[in-house]
Structure formats: C-alpha cells, structure tokens
Design a protein around this ligand. Structure first.
Ligand SMILES: NC(=O)c1ccc[n+]([C@@H]2O[C@H](COP(=O)([O-])OP(=O)(O)OC[C@H]3O[C@@H](n4cnc5c(N)ncnc54)[C@H](OP(=O)(O)O)[C@@H]3O)[C@@H](O)[C@H]2O)c1
Length: 213
C-alpha cells in the first residue's frame, strides 16, 4: 500500500515508518520541514505537510495514498489547530479524496471524560484530552472512514516488550516500539476497522491481542 504518515518526524512515527517499509509498503512521510528530515529508506518519499493547511491543500497530498496515519501532536502547544482541528481536517480530506483507511494515534481514555480526574497520569492534561476527545469523536460519529483509533498509555522510550493488554481498566505505560508495532500491524487487519483500541503493557503477544479485537 501507499501510506501517508502525518507527523513523520515524531518518536512513534520513526518506528512506524520502519515497520511499514519492512513490510513492503511505500511511505509518504509528511513533515512540516521536509528539507531537514532525512530517512535512510528507498521506499519513503518525504513530502511537505502542515496540519494548519486548508482541507483542499491537504487533499493534494492525501489523494496519492491508500491509507492515512495521523501520528502528529503539538505537545500541548497548539491543541486546537493541530491535535483537534488538524486531525479533523485530515479526516475530511481523506474522506473527500476517497481514501478510506485512516489510523489515528490517540491517548487512553480520550473518549471517557470521567476517567480524566481518576487516573493519575491524566490529571494534568485535561486540555490535551479535550482536543483528542473531539478528534476521536469526530472520526467515529462524523465520518464513514475505515478507522482504527489506537489509544496507548504513557509512552516510554524503552525497548519493546512485544506484549500488551487491550482495553484495560486503568492507565499504565507502553514502550514506543510496542505502540508503533500495533499501529503498523492494524493497517491491513479488517477486524480492527471501526474500533477504538485502548492499550497498556500486558501479557498477551501483540499479534494475538490484535487478532482478538
Ligand atoms: N507522550 C505520551 O505519553 C503519550 C501517550 C499517549 C498518546 N500520545 C500521543 O502520541 C502522539 C505522538 O507521540 P510522539 O512522542 O511520537 O510525538 P512527537 O515526537 O512530539 O511528534 C509529534 C509530531 O507531530 C508533528 N507536528 C506537530 N505539529 C504539526 C503540524 N501543525 N502539522 C504537521 N505535523 C505537526 C511534529 O512535527 P515537527 O517535527 O515539525 O514538529 C512531529 O512529527 C502524541 O502527539 C500524543 O498525541 C502520547
């Protein structure tokens, strides 16, 4: 498949790009500053892209792909325009371009506001969760895309365990390589279409956990 990755310079995206190209896919790595982003892979084309762009401008790039990943985020600095509305406009661009497969990296319990004051790791990031809430809700209720929403726990820069727990009761953490593995593997798994997948590190091998979704 030809896959567009928005947020290609990010920590998670780096692993996802490697996984997807290893699996034989071609990646359009979308970056705000394409000239300063280099990746040592032949099946990757770095393309300019900004989530502040209009939907029409986004579509010019989106229409080249068979699937779209939203792996971007503003680290709390631009929640409305990047994490919320940027995501929504990307969904709309995909839909209008006829690109049905859409995978978004969200955050655990983003669609469950009651949890935001209960889970220790979520207590100080309410504005972030609100932005993700609107993006995720939009995707589920206002599009006809074949979406998968991946909602990991706290991201850790540690080696992957290869094992997860899906839809846990409480927050936890996830090594970034494990989150990237899940994001990459769901691409062609039809049983993950129209699903919201909450996750933290657990005991089940990623492949088995995803098959059971
Ligand atoms: N941190 C956690 O514990 C945690 C937990 C659960 C979920 N998440 C989610 O996971 C996401 C990815 O994490 P990460 O660590 O890989 O993020 P990251 O390293 O901060 O990468 C964010 C990416 O978003 C891009 N970006 C920012 N604003 C943009 C815009 N206006 N247009 C286009 N691209 C833009 C950045 O591009 P530039 O290089 O141009 O800045 C960068 O590529 C986070 O954003 C968050 O939503 C995080």
């Amino acid at each position: 498949m030809k896959v567009l990755i928005v947020g290609a310079t990010g920590r998670v995206a780096g692993y996802v790009i490697r996984n997807l190209t290893d699996a034989g896919h071609f990646v359009y790595a979308a970056a705000r500053k394409p000239d300063s982003f280099q990746i040592d892979r032949s099946s990757v084309e770095v393309v300019p892209f900004d989530l502040h762009w209009s939907k029409a401008r986004m579509m010019e790039t989106v229409k080249r792909a068979d699937a779209v990943y939203f792996l971007a985020g503003s680290r709390g600095k631009d929640l409305l325009q990047t994490d919320a509305f940027g995501a929504v406009q990307l969904m709309q661009a995909a839909e209008e371009a006829g690109v049905k497969r859409f995978i978004i990296l969200s955050s655990i319990f983003a669609m469950e506001p009651d949890k935001w004051s209960q889970e220790e790791s979520l207590k100080n990031i309410t504005n972030y969760n609100i932005a993700k809430f609107f993006a995720d809700e939009w995707l589920v209720h206002n599009t006809d895309l074949d979406y998968t929403i991946i909602q990991p726990s706290v991201l850790k820069e540690t080696e992957g365990t290869g094992r997860i727990e899906i839809n846990p009761e409480h927050d936890g953490s996830n090594p970034i390589p494990d989150v990237a593995r899940v994001l990459s593997d769901v691409l062609e798994m039809k049983n993950t279409y129209k699903k919201v997948i909450k996750m933290r590190t657990g005991d089940t091998e990623i492949a088995s956990a995803l098959k059971a979704v």
